[in-house]
Design a binder for this molecule. Structure first.
Ligand code: DQA
Length: 146
């Protein structure tokens, strides 16, 4: 799970858009959903584009899939889009808010074209739903998830 910029502020940041759950609570929910499905999840957050690119580039060594919420970089970063396009791992993009129901500049996701699936607007539930779908797909593909 890769969380992008400002998502470390969840809980206090614009709760009308992003809810009241903290990043720690969301990460705990992701890890326990993974454990329930007999898989393992590691959660990381960075405010830095280059760090996120490095993690995406390196993910193929240790992981089978990517769950991402790249925050505002979703709408701006050709570099993150290219990193995802180069990655061989299937990715699910998650947004807490419905990006299509907000400002014009949020309606375009540069990464949407290169991810396997996208969930937007279901709040924190989107992460566990995305994770479940990703694990199901990996199992269907015959990939080990632990
Ligand atoms: C977000 C939506 C983005 O537009 C915004 O910049 C975020 C969070 C979401 O989860 O709804 O940081 O990705």
């Amino acid at each position: 799970m890769l969380h992008g910029p400002n998502l470390n502020l969840l809980g206090s940041r614009e709760p009308e858009h992003y809810g009241h759950q903290t990043l720690e609570e969301i990460d705990e929910a992701i890890r326990s959903e993974a454990a329930r499905l007999k898989a393992e999840a590691e959660c990381r957050q960075s405010n830095h584009e280059g760090q996120l690119i490095d993690w995406i580039q390196g993910a193929g060594r240790d992981f089978q899939g990517l769950l991402i919420n790249l925050g505002a970089f979703t709408h701006t970063s050709v570099a993150l889009r290219d990193a995802l396009a180069a990655s061989k791992l299937p990715a699910v993009e998650v947004h807490l808010s419905n990006i299509h129901a907000r400002e014009e500049f949020r309606r375009e996701s540069l990464t949407a074209q290169v991810v396997w699936g996208l969930i937007s607007g279901l709040g924190a539930r989107g992460y566990t739903l995305g994770l479940t779908a990703l694990i199901e797909r990996l199992r269907n593909d015959g990939k080990e998830t632990r």
